[in-house]
Ligand binder design. Structure first.
Ligand SMILES: C[S@@+](CC[C@H](N)C(=O)[O-])C[C@H]1O[C@@H](n2cnc3c(N)ncnc32)[C@H](O)[C@@H]1O
Length: 262
């Protein structure tokens, strides 16, 4: 039987719920008990619907809605860094991309969206309680977009799974690492990179950046760029005009991009 279609329900405060239009009464966290199909069947995209005491706008589940409504366990990479990593690694349709750890799948969802049906995403994750969440988020995305890539998932630590990864693909066009110990991962998978391919490391603290930098140089990768992406949000001022909002000016991680040139 075909999967029920998905809808994004957006609360007035911006919170997003991704709902499968199942024809049965369900308890949905943050909304309550209701029958999604019976409640939403006649509601068009862009229309409002009241469920219990809350008013929602129904929207199609595009990548931003899916990311806002995704399940979370491990800390995830948000669109600020995910988009820059994709652009700097030059990832696009038809590429084979290796990513570890999968975690909650935040970066993987952005990757899957740009890889399209001709791409191949290989994810690696040792902790099942994390991959359960990450794989569920990828499954939801696969139901929401037309062109989902081939996806292979490997259970384990990346440095212990090199043969299994190679049995899936001898070479990869890009590698994204977001894990605590970059050097051992870099040493084990850098040889899988195609010439011209790039590897990125997502490093919350500067000591990780230094260690990843040294490991890349040790295995013959050329450092192309290191730094952080600083985002400052603007909003409407109470007395008119727009200005930077008063919220925090937060740090996520240092990014390192290295290329295999020979
Ligand atoms: C911060 S999370 C990754 C989040 C993910 N990038 C996202 O955007 O949702 C780091 C993950 O790396 C996994 N990990 C730790 N060591 C690893 C290793 N040696 N190989 C592969 N994954 C590893 C952890 O279990 C954890 O789930």
């Amino acid at each position: 039987m075909a999967d029920p279609p998905l809808a994004a329900l957006v609360e007035e405060n911006g919170r997003v719920h991704i709902i499968a239009l199942t024809d049965e009464s369900l308890k949905i966290k943050g909304i309550g008990v209701f029958n999604p199909y019976a409640t939403l069947n006649g509601v068009e995209d862009g229309q409002e619907v009241q469920i219990g005491s809350k008013v929602f706008t129904r929207l199609p589940p595009r990548l931003p809605e899916l990311v806002q409504g995704m399940k979370r366990r491990a800390q995830t990479i948000g669109s600020k860094d995910a988009g820059v990593l994709i652009a700097r690694l030059g990832i696009g349709s038809g590429d084979v991309v290796l990513e570890a750890g999968l975690g909650s799948g935040g970066q993987s969802m952005h990757l899957a969206r740009v890889l399209g049906s001709s791409g191949h995403l290989i994810t690696v994750e040792p902790r099942e309680e994390h991959s359960d969440v990450g794989l569920e988020n990828l499954m939801t995305l696969s139901k929401a977009i037309e062109a989902f890539p081939q996806h292979s998932h490997v259970h384990g630590r990346i440095e212990s799974c090199v043969e299994e990864i190679q049995s899936i693909s001898e070479q990869v066009d890009a590698i994204l690492l977001d894990l605590p110990e970059h050097p051992v991962a870099i040493r084990s998978v850098a040889p899988l990179l195609t010439i011209g391919g790039r590897l990125s490391c997502y490093c919350p603290v500067s000591s990780q950046l230094e260690q990843a930098w040294a490991a890349c140089e040790e295995v013959g990768l050329e450092i192309e760029w290191a730094g952080e992406v600083i985002e400052r949000e603007w909003g409407k001022a109470s007395k008119g005009g727009v200005r930077p909002v008063n919220g925090p000016f937060g740090h996520t991680a240092f990014l390192l991009i290295a290329q295999r040139k020979a």
